[in-house]
Design a protein around this ligand. Structure first.
Ligand code: ATP
Length: 437
């Protein structure tokens, strides 16, 4: 792994407009992050790639977009009010707070910050943000910011199944914000208090769940392999009996080798009939599925795939980051998959001479409706190629003095730095072809 990869990505993110600390001019806002002009493109591309694979290309999955604020009983039924807690330990001396499982010697050991053995008893801390709906702050108006998007899918199971005339097995997918009042957020956008999730709940007959579970594990691993390459940076890890969530019959994580170690990137869970059964009990609405082939009514099982959009974006950046020696020192290249790269094409006139700018801007205008593009005419061409390499732009189009007479431009490839010359009328199909490859 590249030395100091984490610091390099954090610094690149800030310098080149991927990710900024939220409310930075006020000193930051407790581990929330803002995506800048390049970060929003990258994250949108990650979400688009997920939606395409999980909804558009499948016969059996449809999407929804549920509200963040839900009926408070939802979170009682889901078990979050009671169980969505982390054990919090506070140092009586320096007041620093930890999650019990982060302390190698437990609450009896020294505080990792000040070294004194003054850690208090662990207490359960609920990670949900609480707020109030309407003008009165009383217990009847409590609302929770959702800590996962999954519940919006469970409460809409029947709406979707009936309006879309779906038969088992089928899935419902969703991308949206979730909020967790994490005790120790950190590691850049790996763990923040506000983040986006991409979740899919696949409803099936109970007996089919183990087979479908295995299929979804393979499908999801393949998605990462296709977009990140580097299969060696991903691995499966099964949850032990003591760490499985209260609803899960089986749970695996897809872990990624982040610069700070192997960590969860995506969870794949067999949630059994837990959620629909609890929502039936708590709402009084019969959520059983009627199977007209067998005349049976039963509560479907759910296989869930749950990944963070921000965490996945970070993982793709880590996997793509590369450095190689060149004559001016080190060339930094973000070898992002072409579907994920913020800009697909950069247009670069060789110099700022008005006649070159004019032609280059005409070329640029023709490309903009087709691809996300950028234009750069300052500094030497070598410096500009490097700037594009560093942000992952797969192709540069260079307009030079010969272009004025022969109406040809040069396409330069980020990965092998090859250069080919094409006529301006053939540029668009040539770029399309290269971006498909
Ligand atoms: P962790 O053990 O890292 O806290 P989790 O097991 O609580 O994660 P899940 O509830 O399974 O996570 O959530 C599914 C996915 O949502 C995670 O795999 C991760 O990608 C993402 N995620 C969860 N919490 C956060 C967070 N605080 N910040 C960013 N992404 C998150």
């Amino acid at each position: 792994m590249i030395a100091d990869l984490n610091d390099k990505i954090v610094s690149l993110s800030k310098r080149r407009g991927f990710v900024f600390p939220s409310s930075e001019i006020y000193g930051g806002a407790g581990s929330t992050w803002d995506f800048g002009p390049l970060g929003v493109e990258l994250k949108n591309n990650v979400k688009r790639a997920w939606w395409r694979a999980m909804v558009q290309l499948r016969e059996d999955v449809v999407g929804i977009d549920a509200a963040i604020l839900m009926h408070p009983r939802v979170w009682e039924a889901s078990g979050h009010v009671e169980n969505f807690t982390d054990p919090l330990v506070e140092c009586a001396n320096c007041k620093k707070r930890y999650r019990l499982d982060e302390l190698s010697e437990g609450a009896g050991g020294p505080c990792p910050n000040c070294g004194l053995k003054k850690l208090g008893e662990p207490r359960r801390f609920n990670l949900m943000f609480k707020t109030f709906v309407g003008p009165v702050e009383d217990s009847a108006s409590i609302a929770w910011l959702r800590p996962e998007t999954a519940q919006g899918i469970f409460v809409n199971f029947e709406n979707v199944q009936q309006s879309m005339r779906r038969r088992l097995p089928f899935g419902i997918a969703q991308i949206g914000k979730s909020f967790r009042n994490e005790i120790t957020p950190g590691n850049f956008i790996f763990r923040s208090r506000e983040f986006e999730q991409m979740e899919m709940q696949y409803f099936c007959r109970p007996a089919e769940a183990p087979r479908l579970y295995d299929e979804w594990m393979a499908t999801r691993r393949e998605w990462f392999r296709r977009l990140a390459g580097h299969d060696e940076l991903f691995r499966f890890r099964e949850h032990g009996d003591d760490e499985r969530a209260h609803y899960a019959a089986r749970a695996f994580d897809i872990e990624f080798q982040f610069p700070f170690g192997w960590k969860e990137l995506e969870g794949i869970h067999n949630r059994t009939d837990f959620d629909l059964r609890r929502h039936s009990e708590f709402s009084g609405k019969d959520l059983r599925y009627f199977d007209d082939a067998t005349n049976e009514r039963f509560i479907p099982y759910v296989v869930e795939t749950a990944v963070g959009a921000d965490r996945a974006t970070f993982a793709f950046m880590c996997a793509a980051y590369d450095e190689e020696p060149d004559k001016e020192g080190i060339r930094t290249v973000l070898r992002l998959h072409r579907d994920l790269a913020p800009y697909k094409v950069a247009v670069l006139p060789l110099s700022k001479k008005p006649e070159l700018s004019e032609l280059a801007r005409r070329v640029w205008a023709d490309l903009r409706p087709e691809f996300m593009t950028t234009y750069d005419e300052t500094q030497a061409i070598g410096r500009r190629y490097r700037r594009q390499d560093e942000i992952g732009t797969p192709l540069c189009v260079t307009v030079d003095f010969d272009s004025l007479t022969d109406q040809q431009v040069t396409i330069r490839d980020r990965d092998d730095m090859s250069q080919v010359r094409v006529g301006i009328p053939e540029l668009l199909p040539a770029l399309r072809e290269k971006l498909r490859a």
